[in-house]
Structure formats: structure tokens, C-alpha cells
Design a protein around this ligand. Structure first.
Ligand code: FMN
Length: 327
């Protein structure tokens, strides 16, 4: 078993401390495991430039590698090699630090469980070039992950999108989430060591992440005294209201729930059927693959039919912008 701790915080600061404490717990549950820890602060991970080269290569029968050369590939290789992951990131302006998102954007498209299997099915049926059996399927292997969001604020209010955004890391290859922890009051380096409960929680979450890898029956880590999630899948408390209805959505999982008021308190029920189509399940990912494919079918013919007109219009608008607004 390979265990990887990933910290997007400053070197030896609070995120490092918390991820390492979780690794102590993980190590306890798996004395035989290989444990690796990476701090990303000095890594050069540029943004995804949306060039589409990874998808194009996949459709041409090749591997879907990222063509930009920086430290991304080395980090991706470490994530791919791991079975059990602890991922921590500091909150910068309500969300995980930007480097985390830059990694996720480049990682996502190359690890979408449904999209890759969709392409491989096409390779098997001969509709796309390439040999399906050559694809390194260990990229999509079973993994468990726990998330630690580290904020300086004293309440959840100023870390509102921390743990929710951390979920974007593991859902494409369907990593099983064993815990997500919102660590507040982390403004001063070393603070975690003064909170015995926090350290104990990190150990337990690390341990649970290993145990959950070995046994599907091991449950998600829910720390005592921390508010529980509303969504039963990601355990987050963010909700999107669909105006004029009692239907709401979990923005992380993309599933619908029914909102009601009972005893002056808000309740949201997510049916079993909805839970089974959450973004991090095969069904949820497949919905998106199908959606993307149908998008091409709808827009492709329209664009082809209007290609000349559209090209001329785009040139005209760019020119007009440069001549009038951008002078
Ligand atoms: C640019 C910047 C923005 C920040 N924004 C927030 C914030 O919105 N909410 C919060 O709780 N903490 C915020 N913080 C505080 C950090 O999350 C906190 O200090 C954390 O411990 C840093 O992690 P590290 O010690 O592992 O580097 C911010 C810090 C920086 C530098």
C-alpha cells in the first residue's frame, strides 16, 4: 500500500502539520505501507490552458498526456501511484489556494472515469483508433482520500468553500472520500499542536482513510462537535436553490434534494436515486460524458452550416473592439 500526504500550504506551517498528523494515524493502521509526503509550495504548476491536446491525443488512440512541461507531471505521477491520500490546502479567500485548483484542472480531464472508459469502449468497437488494452488502467484504480481545509478564521463562515472545493480533487477517478475536515483558527503557525482534539481527529481520519481502503464497510469520519453535512454524499452544507421550487441542488455532487421546513428548521432530503447519480459515481460522471457528446451533436452541425458567417462575424467583432473599446 502506498500512502501519500499532499500539502498545498507553506513549508512546515499548519497544513503540513495537519497532513503529517493524519499520516501518523495512517501509518498506525498500515505499518507496512510506504508513506510519502509532498509539500507543493515550491512546485511550478501552471494553469490548464484549455488547448485540448490531452483529449485529442486520447481520441487519436494515444495516451492523454499534458503537453506543458512543468512540475505538474511529477506530482500527477505521485498521485497516480498512491492508494490512500491525505490532501490538505490552506484557505485563501474562502477557497483552497489557487495552486490546488491549477492541479485539479489539469488532473481532471485525464482521470475522468467515465470519459476514459467511453473512449476505450470506442477503441474496442473500432470506432476510434488505438488499443484499449494498452491504456494504463491503474490510473483509475481504487483509492481513498481525506481532505483537510486549513483556515485562519475562527468560524466556518470565512472558510465557506474550503472543504467543498477540495472534493474536486478526487471525484473524477471516483476516489472514495473518508473524511473532510474544516480546521479553523489556524492563523498562527504551530496552532494545531495546542489543540489535542484536532490532533486526535487528524490521527483518526488518517487511520480511517487506510481502513476504508481495505474495507468498504468502514464509515466516513465524522468528528464529534463539528456540524454535520446536509448532503449525505459529500457531507457539505452548501445548497443551490432552484427559485420558485422546493428543489435544491448540492453544488458539489450535482444531485437534487427536496427542501422543507419542519419545527422551524430547514431540512433537505436527497433520495437514494439522487445519491446514486452523484458526480463522483460512475452514473454521475457518465451523465456528463453523454451531455458533452450531445453538445457536439447539437452545436457541430450548426457551426458547420454557419462557418463562413461565424468566422466573418468573429473577425468583425474583434476588430470593432480594438477600434472602439480597446484603443
Ligand atoms: C492571501 C491569503 C488569503 C487568506 N484568506 C483566508 C480566508 O478567506 N479565510 C480564512 O479562514 N483564512 C484565510 N487565510 C489564512 C490562511 O488560510 C491560514 O493562515 C492558513 O493557516 C495558511 O496555511 P499554512 O499555514 O499551511 O500555510 C488567508 C491567507 C492568505 C495568505
Amino acid at each position: 500500500m502506498k500512502i501519500l500526504g499532499l500539502s498545498f500550504g507553506k513549508k512546515n506551517a499548519n497544513t503540513d502539520i495537519l497532513v503529517k498528523e493524519a499520516l501518523f494515524g495512517a501509518r498506525e493502521a498500515a505499518p507496512e505501507a510506504e508513506v510519502n509526503f509532498i509539500n507543493t509550495v515550491n512546485l511550478n504548476i501552471g494553469r490548464c490552458r484549455g488547448c485540448g491536446a490531452c483529449s485529442t491525443q486520447l481520441e487519436k488512440g494515444k495516451d492523454n498526456v499534458c503537453i506543458f512541461k512543468d512540475d505538474f507531471q511529477a506530482l500527477e505521477d505521485e498521485v497516480r501511484a498512491a492508494d490512500v491520500l491525505i490532501v490538505g490546502a490552506p484557505v485563501y479567500v474562502l477557497q483552497p489556494v489557487g495552486q490546488f485548483k491549477d492541479f485539479v484542472d489539469r488532473f481532471y480531464c485525464r482521470h475522468d472515469y467515465s470519459a476514459i472508459n467511453w473512449v476505450l469502449d470506442k477503441r474496442r468497437s473500432g470506432e476510434m483508433p488505438g488499443n484499449a488494452e494498452d491504456f494504463p488502467m491503474e490510473r483509475l484504480k481504487k483509492r481513498t482520500v481525506s481532505y483537510i481545509s486549513v483556515g485562519g478564521a475562527t468560524t466556518d463562515n470565512w472558510t465557506s468553500m474550503g472543504t467543498a472545493s477540495l472534493h474536486l480533487f478526487g471525484f473524477p477517478p471516483m476516489m472514495k472520500v473518508m473524511g473532510n475536515y474544516n480546521a479553523n483558527s489556524m492563523g498562527t503557525v504551530g496552532n494545531p499542536y495546542l489543540d489535542d482534539q484536532l490532533i486526535a481527529d487528524m490521527h483518526e481520519m488518517g487511520k480511517r482513510t487506510v481502513l476504508g481502503y481495505r474495507d468498504d464497510a468502514v464509515s466516513f469520519f465524522e468528528p464529534e462537535g463539528k456540524p454535520q453535512g446536509v448532503c449525505p454524499v459529500c457531507r457539505q452544507r452548501l445548497i443551490t436553490i432552484l427559485p420558485g421550487t422546493t428543489t435544491v441542488e448540492c453544488p458539489v455532487c450535482g444531485i437534487e434534494g427536496e427542501l422543507s421546513i419542519k419545527d422551524n428548521a430547514v431540512h433537505v432530503e436527497f433520495s437514494e436515486a439522487q445519491q446514486n447519480r452523484a458526480r463522483g459515481t460512475f452514473a454521475g460522471l457518465r451523465e456528463h460524458t453523454t451531455e458533452i457528446q450531445s453538445f457536439g451533436g447539437i452545436c457541430g452541425p450548426k457551426i458547420m452550416a454557419n462557418k463562413e458567417k461565424l468566422d466573418a462575424l468573429m473577425d468583425e467583432r474583434i476588430k470593432k473592439f480594438d477600434e472602439t473599446v480597446n484603443r
